[in-house]
Ligand binder design. Structure first.
Ligand SMILES: Nc1ncnc2c1ncn2[C@@H]1O[C@H](COP(=O)(O)OP(=O)(O)OP(=O)(O)O)[C@@H](O)[C@H]1O
Length: 367
C-alpha cells in the first residue's frame, strides 16, 4: 500500500497544456477516480504516473520515493488499459505469467502466483484456454490478473470496461472494487462513465483543462458541486440564474426570476456576498410537487410534458413566470424527477402546482 502524490505536475504538448501545476494526493489503499470532459488531461495524468509520459515540470511520489524520472518497468505499477489486449497466441496462464518471466521469477513461484492471481479473479478453471475462447468480461478478468500477478505497488486503470456491454460493466465494476480492496491496492481509475465512478470510488477528482476543479467522495461531489462545470458534468441538474440578496448562518438567499431561494454555497471557502450574480444548481430528484405555495424555495407552474417510466416520471415543469426573463436565465423549464409518480402532464388551464425544494439541495455557485 503506497500513497501517490503529484506536486506541481505540468505537461505541455506543443501549445496544448495537458496538465497544469497539478497537486494531488491519493491515500494508501484508496480507489481513486479521474473524471472530466474529453481532453481535460485524465489519460496524460495516468500515463505520467505509469511513466509513459515525461512531465515538463513537477514531481511524482509513490510513498516517499520520487519516481518522476524512473522508467516505466521499474515503477512496478499494474496496468489495465482499454487497448491492453491479451496475446492471442498464448494461453490464459501464459498471458498472466508473462510479466513474471520477464522479471526472472523462478518457475515454481510463477506457477503458484499465476494460480493465485487467476483464483482471485475467479478464472482458475480457464487457465489452459486461449483468449479467443473467452467472453469480453472473462478477458478483462484475465487482464486484471495479469496486472495483479506482479504484486504492483499501485494499479492504474484507463477505461478498463469500455469495451463491455452494460450488464458486464456492472458486474465487472464491483469485481474491480472487490479485488482492489482485497489486495489493499492504491488504484487510479480513468473513466467517462460517471455511474462507474459514483458507485465504486472512495474519492474522485474532476479535471478541466489540466487542472483539478474538485476532489471529494461521490456524495460530496454530487450533493455539493463547487463549480458549474462539476454540477453539469456529474449527473443532471437545473441551473437558475439569480442575485444574492443576503447571507446568514452559512445560508445564502437568492432572488431569481422564478422566485426567492435559500441555499448553501457550493464552495464554503468562498461565501457569496450580497449583489453577486450566481447560478443555483438543483438536481431533478430534489424537487417535490405540491399544491400550495411556500415562502421560499417554491416555484409556481405547470407540468408541460411528462414521461412515465414506472418507478419514476420525468416532468418538464414550466414556471408560471417563465418566458422572457426567466427563459433567458435558464429557468425556462425545470427538469423534475418524481419517484412513485402521482402527477401527469397538465392542460394549460389546469390548476397551478408548486415545485418545492429543501435549502440543503439548493447549491449556490459562481455564475
Ligand atoms: N501525444 C500527444 N501529442 C499532442 N497532444 C496530446 C498528446 N496526448 C494528449 N494530447 C493533448 O493533451 C490534452 C489532454 O489529453 P488527454 O488524453 O490527457 O485527455 P483525456 O482527458 O484523457 O481525454 P479523453 O477523455 O478524450 O480520453 C488534449 O488536448 C490532447 O489533445
Amino acid at each position: 500500500m503506497v500513497s501517490i502524490r503529484t506536486s506541481n505536475l505540468t505537461k505541455r504538448f506543443g501549445t496544448v497544456v495537458a496538465l497544469y501545476q497539478l497537486d494531488l494526493e491519493i491515500k494508501p489503499g484508496e480507489l481513486f477516480f479521474l473524471l472530466g470532459p474529453s481532453g481535460c488531461g485524465k489519460t496524460t495524468l495516468l500515463r505520467s504516473l505509469a511513466g509513459f509520459v515525461m512531465p515538463d515540470a513537477g514531481n511524482i511520489f509513490f510513498g516517499d520515493d520520487d519516481v518522476t524520472r524512473l522508467e516505466p518497468h521499474k515503477r512496478n505499477t499494474g496496468m489495465m488499459f482499454q487497448s491492453y489486449a491479451l496475446w492471442p497466441h498464448m494461453t490464459v496462464a501464459e498471458n498472466v505469467a508473462f510479466g513474471l518471466g520477464e522479471r526472472r521469477v523462478p518457475k515454481a513461484e510463477i506457477k503458484r502466483r499465476v494460480a493465485e492471481a487467476l483464483e482471485s479473479v475467479r478464472m482458475a478453471e480457464y487457465a489452459g484456454r486461449s483468449p479467443n475462447q473467452l467472453s469480453g468480461g472473462q478477458q478483462q478478468r484475465v487482464a486484471l490478473a495479469r496486472a495483479l500477478v506482479i504484486r504492483p505497488r499501485c494499479l492504474l486503470l484507463d477505461e478498463p470496461l469500455s469495451n463491455l456491454d452494460a450488464k458486464l460493466r456492472l458486474e465487472m465494476r464491483s469485481e474491480i472494487r472487490r479485488v482492489c480492496k482485497e489486495f489493499n491496492l492504491t488504484t487510479v481509475y480513468v473513466t467517462h462513465d460517471q455511474k462507474e465512478a459514483l458507485s465504486i470510488s472512495d474519492r474522485m477528482a474532476v479535471l478541466e483543462a489540466g487542472k483539478i476543479l474538485q476532489i471529494g467522495t461521490p456524495r460530496e461531489i454530487y450533493k455539493r458541486p463547487a463549480w458549474k462545470t462539476v454540477a453539469n458534468f456529474i449527473g443532471e441538474t437545473n441551473f437558475i440564474a439569480g442575485t444574492v440578496a443576503g447571507v446568514e448562518n452559512g445560508r445564502v438567499f437568492v432572488t431569481t426570476p422564478v422566485g426567492r431561494f435559500e441555499g448553501v454555497p457550493g464552495n464554503p471557502e468562498k461565501m457569496p456576498a450580497p449583489g453577486w450574480l450566481v447560478t443555483l444548481s438543483i438536481r431533478p430528484e430534489c424537487w417535490r410537487l405540491e399544491h400550495g405555495p411556500r415562502e421560499v424555495n417554491s416555484v409556481p407552474g405547470r407540468i408541460g410534458g411528462s414521461v412515465y417510466l414506472g418507478e419514476v416520471a420525468q416532468h418538464d415543469f414550466v414556471p408560471s413566470r417563465s418566458g422572457g426573463e426567466a427563459e433567458k436565465d435558464g429557468a425556462g423549464t425545470l427538469k423534475i424527477l418524481e419517484t412513485n409518480p402521482r402527477f401527469t402532464a397538465q392542460p394549460a388551464d389546469g390548476p397551478e402546482l408548486h415545485a418545492a425544494v429543501d435549502a440543503g439541495d439548493v447549491v449556490v455557485l459562481e455564475a
